[in-house]
Design a protein around this ligand. Structure first.
Ligand code: ZN
Length: 465
């Protein structure tokens, strides 16, 4: 129960009379009281925080704050005291401290490190032991009824931002080195268990939803998983699996971008939708800044390379407002997305004859390609700038091949850093030659003339420069 906020005008700190229903803060046990627990100084005021007490024991959840304005002396009271009734002011524990600690330790699976007698407020308030226990999972608080010895509840005190999840990384075809896998209408049986990986889900906001600093699932709440323990383990037939995939893959990409030193490349919770769109397609929508993954064929969000491709569009849109307004710029967008998928995949997939790194979306494409290896597109074609046909995905292969050569010449870290840095200076309506020149100049600024020459050679090989 929260009581009302009230303002006591212009009382000095020393003269303030605390409105304690007839008792002062120093009253004897048996009555309500307040105990000063913290004083905080801010720019505008001094803040006094009190713990509510009853019979000399802290009342759990009760608080009382007094904010004193430094200029006017105005005092604002925030009264969060809880009602305590049905408990005698002389109540004393009947259970021994050691016994309460043992019960708490047993329940919370940790070693008891502290305990105090407290009051659990309510219309039938209880005297309890509040016992802190600690284990490798952090600290928990367990309430043990000081009269009956019963454990009333236990709760973790740690603020979680890391959970666990089950994912494909990047996809089962590459993980199992098996081009014969097929969707089989989203059946769990279609993919052996060893294709799954258990991973840490980081940067979560602790709400229990798949929401965090870099990604947030915006499917209808009723369709979203929620776990107070932040455990998100599902198999592919469960729609929650794609939600975990999307959250994890985008977050990993943004964490990588941060490791490269960029703190402002789409560094915000990316809106992600994985249910409700039944086409075998996915898209980034710049007007909503959201990514939608289709569920036709292999669910698109079951292949991290699809997720990273779409995230590539979000990255470019964040770097250059309205990027991609011409066919050439659109092709750069598609080519970068494919290449970004390759860059991310390189950390988690083997580059083999069965699943070459240059083959993009190996799992998603099993639904619509017959040839092996199954690829939506490749980044190692011999297409040149003269081969453009005005279709952004096709033409994008010219750009992705140039970036693939840059990747092979400079290595993953330098290539990714270079391309992200250069893209900040691309025009929204750029053509490939102009964007290539910016990239060469950026390579020179970052890594010197030798690196710039290799980058220039990659674009020259495509006839772009
Ligand atoms: Zn695209």
């Amino acid at each position: 129960m929260r009581l009302r906020r009230l303002t006591v005008a212009a009382l000095s700190v020393a003269a303030l009379v605390l409105p304690l229903s007839g008792a002062s803060a120093t009253a004897a046990p048996g009555t309500s009281g307040l105990k000063l627990v913290a004083t905080r100084d801010s720019l505008l005021a001094t803040h006094y925080w009190y713990a509510q007490t009853y019979a000399g024991h802290p009342v759990l959840g009760g608080y009382y704050a007094k904010h004193v304005d430094k200029t006017s002396g105005r005092v604002t009271i925030d009264d969060g005291r809880m009602a305590v009734s049905g408990l005698a002011g002389t109540a004393a524990p009947r259970v021994a401290t050691a016994s309460a600690k043992a019960s708490a330790s047993n329940r919370a699976k940790g070693a008891a490190v502290a305990s105090e007698v407290a009051v659990l407020p309510g219309s039938q308030a209880k005297l309890v032991y509040s016992v802190l226990t600690r284990s490798t999972a952090g600290t928990s608080r367990t309430l043990v009824d000081a009269t009956s010895g019963a454990v009333l509840k236990t709760e973790s005190l740690i603020k979680r931002d890391t959970g666990t999840g089950t994912v494909f990384s990047p996809n089962p075809v590459t993980t199992l080195q098996d081009e014969s896998l097929t969707d089989q209408d989203d059946a769990n049986a279609a993919v052996p268990k060893r294709a799954y990986k258990h991973v840490r889900l980081t940067n979560l906001d602790g709400s229990g939803f798949l929401s965090g600093a870099y990604a947030t699932i915006i499917d209808p709440v009723a369709t979203q998983p929620r776990s107070s323990e932040l455990e998100f383990n599902y198999l592919r037939a469960n729609d929650h699996f794609e939600q975990v995939m999307a959250y994890y893959s985008v977050t990993e990409a943004q964490r990588y971008i941060h490791r490269l030193g960029f703190s402002d490349v789409n560094s915000e919770p990316q809106d992600l939708t994985t249910t409700g769109f039944t086409d075998d397609n996915s898209f980034y929508d710049p007007s909503t800044d959201g990514i939608t993954f289709g569920t036709g064929g292999v669910d698109d969000a079951e292949d991290a390379e699809v997720i990273w491709h779409e995230y590539g569009h979000a990255i470019q849109d964040a770097q250059v407002p309205n990027f991609g307004s011409t066919p050439d710029a659109g092709a750069i967008g598609e080519g970068f997305g494919d290449w970004w998928a390759l860059v991310m995949s390189a950390a988690v997939q083997p580059d083999t004859d069965v699943t070459p790194l240059a083959c993009i979306m190996d799992w998603d494409s099993t639904s619509y390609t017959d040839e092996e290896p199954h690829c939506l597109r490749r980044t190692d074609t011999d297409l040149t700038y003269a081969d453009r046909i005005g279709e952004v995905h096709f033409d994008g292969q010219i750009w992705s091949r140039a970036l693939f050569d840059v990747y092979n010449a400079l290595g993953r870290t330098k290539a990714a850093t270079l391309v992200l840095e250069a893209q900040f200076s691309y025009r929204p309506n750029t053509k490939m030659p102009a964007a290539a020149r910016v990239t060469v100049d950026t390579a020179k600024a970052l890594y010197g003339a030798g690196a710039a020459a290799k980058v220039r050679a990659a674009f020259e090989a495509r006839g772009i420069l």
